[in-house]
Design a protein around this ligand. Structure first.
Ligand code: ZN
Length: 141
């Protein structure tokens, strides 16, 4: 089962907590046990699972800017000036996260949230949630 989650972003570089939207897709799909594959179809966005504490989110952004600064003589900037966004997406993040689902609930740790990272916004983004039920799961009593 495939679901699409809409993520309108408001800033150039923004980290959005999309956990509730992913959980809602799992409920909509009525999947009890399995894997939720969350996948972004864009080349200047990424996903990660971590703690959405405001200071930490600023730390993530500052470190990404430090590691891959904007406009450092990249060849792609001759086309559309967003090479740093592609590089941060490709080198520091992943296009997907996979989360186990048990009893219809995302199995995230106490401080874990699914974070969508906009690297070249604001734009209207779409993330796919593929629900993969586990057929070998033992029957419940
Ligand atoms: Zn580009």
């Amino acid at each position: 089962m495939l679901f699409e989650v809409e993520i309108p972003t408001r800033e150039r570089f923004q980290i959005v907590d999309v956990t509730e939207r992913i959980q809602a897709a799992v409920w909509r799909g009525k999947m009890k046990h399995g894997l939720a594959v969350v996948y972004t179809k864009h080349t200047t966005t990424g996903l990660l699972i971590n703690e959405p504490e405001e200071g930490l989110l600023q730390d993530f952004k500052a470190k990404m800017k430090e590691l891959i600064p904007k406009g450092a003589g990249y060849l792609h900037d001759r086309i559309d000036s967003n090479a740093h966004s592609h590089l941060r997406a490709g080198l520091l993040l992943n296009p997907e996260v996979v989360i186990p689902v048990d009893q219809g609930e995302l199995q995230l740790g106490t401080w874990q949230r699914v974070l969508f990272v906009e690297l070249d916004g604001p734009r209207h983004r779409r993330v796919i949630v593929m629900l993969c039920p586990c057929s070998e799961y033992p029957e419940e009593e």
